[in-house]
Design a protein around this ligand. Structure first.
Ligand code: SF4
Ligand code: SF4
Length: 193
């Protein structure tokens, strides 16, 4: 089944919809989606997505679990929350995207391993330093996946470094022990769900 921009609202498959809702932090309100398309029309990443958020939510409702978890849409979401503030139904779209990423990661359902790798490096940096280290993140990502593009990226990186937008070395925040305690508790809670 292909869910196109013009397709009618998909049928219902409560189990997958409920699972995604249950995995979403807080209340997803996913079942309230009226397929208006405001989210896709507001999304700065829509062009890079396999499916607009509206289409993805129709797929979830139709029980298209495999296709939904293989879609690159959640991985292209940059959590800008533009869609969230514009959704007439108050669907917590960005949080649903996080839940889908988590589910795809755990089941290795993603089609392209590049975004999960990027997310993994980002998370490991935050766990280690308490914040991201853009230079290290970019260098590691490009070395691993796009080494031939590095020469093209170098001038921009140099410019950003000169303007103080990125640091050569990572900066560790104060109180990382407190951060680790928070993260450990969060992981504990996640395991108990
Ligand atoms: S803006 Fe909200 S109601 Fe409209 S399609 Fe997106 S999630 Fe559904
Ligand atoms: S939060 Fe994600 S899905 Fe929503 S507009 Fe921003 S990038 Fe698009």
């Amino acid at each position: 089944m292909v869910v196109t921009e013009s397709s009618p609202q998909a049928g219902s498959n409560q189990s997958f919809l409920e699972e995604v809702s249950a995995r979403t932090a807080g209340v997803s309100r996913l079942e309230m989606c009226i397929q208006c398309g405001t989210c896709g029309g507001s999304c700065p990443s829509a062009d890079a997505m396999d499916h607009t958020p509206r289409m993805l939510f129709a797929m979830i409702r139709a029980g298209m679990e495999e296709q939904a978890l293989r879609s690159n849409t959640p991985w292209m979401c940059v959590s800008c929350y533009h869609c969230v503030v514009r959704c007439p139904q108050g669907v917590h779209i960005a949080d649903v995207m996080y839940a889908l990423k988590c589910m795809a990661e755990q089941s290795h359902s993603y089609r392209d391993k590049t975004p999960p790798h990027f997310a993994g490096v980002f998370v490991s940096q935050v766990e280690r330093y308490g914040r991201s280290w853009e230079m290290g993140l970019t260098a590691r990502h490009y070395m691993r996946h796009f080494v031939t593009r590095l020469p093209r990226m170098a001038p921009m990186g140099l410019k950003m470094f000169r303007r103080g937008r990125i640091a050569l070395l990572p900066h560790r925040i104060k109180g990382t022990d407190q951060l680790h305690a928070i993260l450990d508790t969060a992981k504990e809670l996640e395991r108990a769900r």
